[in-house]
Design a protein around this ligand. Sequence first.
Ligand code: N01
Length: 607
Amino acid sequence: MRCNHRIAWPVGAVTQLTVGVLSADAALVMQHQQQRSPEVDAVFDAVIVGAGFAGMYMLHRLRGLGFTARVYEAGGGVGGTWYWNRYPGARCDVESMQYSFSFSEELDQQWDWSEKYAPQPEILAYANHVADRFGLRQHIAFETRVTAASFDEVAKCWRIETDRGDRVAAKFCIMAVGCLSAANHVPFRGREDFRGALYHTGEWPHEGVDFTGLRVGVIGTGSSAIQSIPLIAQQASALTVFQRTATYSVPAWNAKLTPEYRNAIKADYPALRAKARARPTGFYFPFNMKPALEATPEERDRQYEEAWQRGGLPFLGAFGDLLFEKAANDTIAEFARNKIRTIVSDPATAELLCPENVFGCKRLCVDTGYFETYNLPHVKLVDVSKTPIERFTADGIEVNGTEYPLDAIVCATGFAAMTGSFDRIGITGRSGQTLAEKWRAGPRTYLGVATVGFPNLLTITGPGSPSVLASMIQAIEQHVDWMADCMAHMRDIGAATVEPIQAYQDEWVEHVNEVSKISLRSTCSSWYVGTNIPGRPRVFMPYIGGFPVYVQKCNEVMSNGFEGFVMEGAASGNEAPRVRLTERWRVPLDIEVISPAAVAAKRVPVV
Ligand code: N01
């Protein structure tokens, strides 16, 4: 079978998909999904796994280029992370006017965000709007999980299987599975014995949960816990938080957006987008290049206080050396601890809440009233750092011989980050080698987009790319545009497969490791390095060299005829491609903040 055939859904199936999913009513979606019959022997240019922001934009680009594509999505709707993470208080901590697609100026102009930090329902509504506006749904099979993908070396295509019985082939298999989507279900002893309700923040019931009058336990104090705890506390009769590692958190100071503010940004949205692309994090906020260690203690306090009052992730931009020099980091850490001591009235609880690790080493949290919640009389903090949770009992959780009686437990225990979603799919490349085997000692990719031995397997925001260290939607758009350009180029030159060259991949992996060592972020245990899951290898997975530096590298690789890749079957080898939409990614580095000299001097804030 050749994989460059054009094929669409059988007519009946298209009708069912369209009817079922166009309604927002979940019952109709379910009904449609029950009706869909499995698709066997269909051939597409691409199968895309996942209909979050990455899968949707990939589909949109491929449709625009005339490729056929089928998206398989495990959930009952689009939105990915924002479809699953419906816990109380879930919202984005990148400002909403920047946490959105930038590829359509009309979309930017017509969509109105209501708050500085958009709540989950609004981001999900935006994802649904995008799906409708760009006619994406009819190409997406919902409630369908890809279970296996194997590369057929003879036909040079991927054979893809789903849990709904689909058996299809595609020239490209594009993983749009998200970096934080495989929930970490900790196998606590006695979990089955617990008679109350058990939740994971990343798989929250769609109908919501009413905790009114219940004794609730929350395990974990990462971003999901910090967002949900203040709201759960409003309903619960008693709330017990089980904390293993105390967490730094900065106030969000969330607020409604005024029409004047929105209009001011919309008046020159492209300029804001361009400035964001030139920043190490892929989103724009003012930051200070001066090293903290060159400031007087008074100057530092003043600067930290001003940054605290602005709030959010930009707090880390108060000085230029905070993530490079431990002594500088100590100053911001102590400032943040003193804030906790000021907010939390019980000194013992305040001390337990004061983190001791490097500030910003784990992903910084952004909150609304998190520390204040511990001043409520019905909220209790239990330290499980030295005496871990022993087991779940029928009626609660036992720690250090004490049973905490609970009616409901919320596991805010995070995700098997970056590679967890790949692990759930049986991915087999050349010579029967599985991706799980290949990545056993840590993921290995070239630029985070592809991996040796797995031709035409493209990984949007894959390990080895900035992904979670950049604003996700920017990172997604850049990857998708690069991949779409690559695929169109392959069509131009008649190439059957694209695959990295081993030496280039090795060099990139080495570079990703090396550059991670300049940042204090590599020094602690976190999901960035995989150590939140016992048994995983310790590898710093995202690329920490800065978003624009990475974009420039991708541009160079493309301009040099996809240097470092082999394109098999091409009529004319790796010739330079005709440039398509990549143009908007030809952004100048923001040389004031990320010149090579600044990188060498470790003065690139917030990376
Ligand atoms: O998960 P986490 P998360 N016993 O891994 C604890 C993004 N996000 O879902 O630190 C007891 O951060 C664990 O303890 P420790 C964001 O990038 C974004 O909160 O390993 N505790 C930790 O406290 C974020 O970083 C938003 O010692 C156990 C917690 O569970 C990422 O998602 C909102 C335990 C897990 O924290 C993940 O955040 C939400 C055990 N056995 C999330 N196992 C935005 O606003 C784990 N823990 C955009």
